[in-house]
Design a protein around this ligand. Structure first.
Ligand code: MG
Length: 159
């Protein structure tokens, strides 16, 4: 039997912060605002992973109020979430995700992001898919005010 979970996240773009997407720092004049490194794509994947296992959400596991998660590397949080999932003897089947960002273009960084996420999840890169979309110049993404991400994770239940 398989189980799937979805994830969604969004963060504001501001000056003076790095733009970290899927564990990869992308050169840009703006970065994502948040308590951790605000890695919007990784946060969506964490929520999808926790969701598939019935383990709540990223905010419950790594609360914003806790100083220990300030500027945290979100790929490290993903690894911690994965530990909780694997402890329950679930096995990862695949991850698919979409980043919705107006600028800069994600294309030059997709391979690196895919590799970083696959490495953190202990999956072959073929089981991790990274897609990019834009806001078509409408809404908060289209106006360049923020970035959003969606993810889905499928697990197999303990046999
Ligand atoms: Mg977030």
């Amino acid at each position: 039997m398989t189980r799937s979970g979805i994830g969604f996240d969004s963060h504001r773009l501001i000056a003076g912060r790095p733009l970290v997407i899927g564990g990869v720092e992308i050169p840009h004049e703006l970065g994502l605002d948040g308590h951790s490194d605000a890695d919007v794509l990784t946060h969506a994947v964490i929520d999808a992973l926790l969701g598939a296992a019935g383990l709540g959400d990223v905010g419950e596991h790594f609360p914003d109020e806790q100083e220990q998660w300030r500027d945290a590397d979100s790929v490290g949080l993903l690894e911690l979430a994965l530990e909780s999932v694997l402890e329950r003897r679930f096995r990862l089947i695949n991850v698919d995700c979409t980043l919705i960002m107006e600028t800069p273009k994600l294309a030059p960084h997709k391979t690196a992001i895919r590799g970083r996420l696959a490495g953190a999840l202990g999956l072959e890169v073929e089981r991790v898919n990274v897609k990019a979309s834009t806001g078509e110049r409408i809404g908060f993404v289209g106006r360049g005010e923020g970035v959003a991400a969606l993810a889905i994770v499928t697990l197999s239940e303990p046999g």
